[in-house]
Design a protein around this ligand. Structure first.
Ligand code: FES
Length: 99
């Protein structure tokens, strides 16, 4: 018989989701969505890169505090706010038309 895997319930951008206990927030975001954690100053989607607390690409708000998703273990009831949804802005040259 396979032991049951414990789960925790998170609220990600207002949406309740259940994930395996023990996952990092970065892993949980990848498992329940596209893994995007924030947007850059130019509006581009960003996601965890290093997974070890160096790059800062995984910054999210957790229960109102800015934290690193890769360094934070999920706990039941945690409220996570990513930088999404914000519409990605087009690159400056994308809207130009030919003369
Ligand atoms: S993924 Fe680089 S600091 Fe979290």
């Amino acid at each position: 018989m396979t032991p049951a895997i414990a789960t925790v319930t998170l609220v990600v951008d207002g949406r309740p989701v259940a994930v395996d206990a023990g996952l990092s927030v970065a892993a949980a975001l990848a498992r329940v969505g596209d893994g995007v954690t924030r947007t850059s100053v130019s509006g581009m989607a960003r996601a965890p890169l290093c997974g070890m607390g160096i790059c800062q690409e995984c910054r999210v708000d957790i229960d109102g505090r800015r934290m690193l998703a890769c360094q934070t273990t999920c706990r039941d009831g945690m409220a996570i706010t990513t930088g999404l949804p914000r519409p990605a802005r087009q690159a400056p040259h994308a809207s130009r038309t030919a003369p």
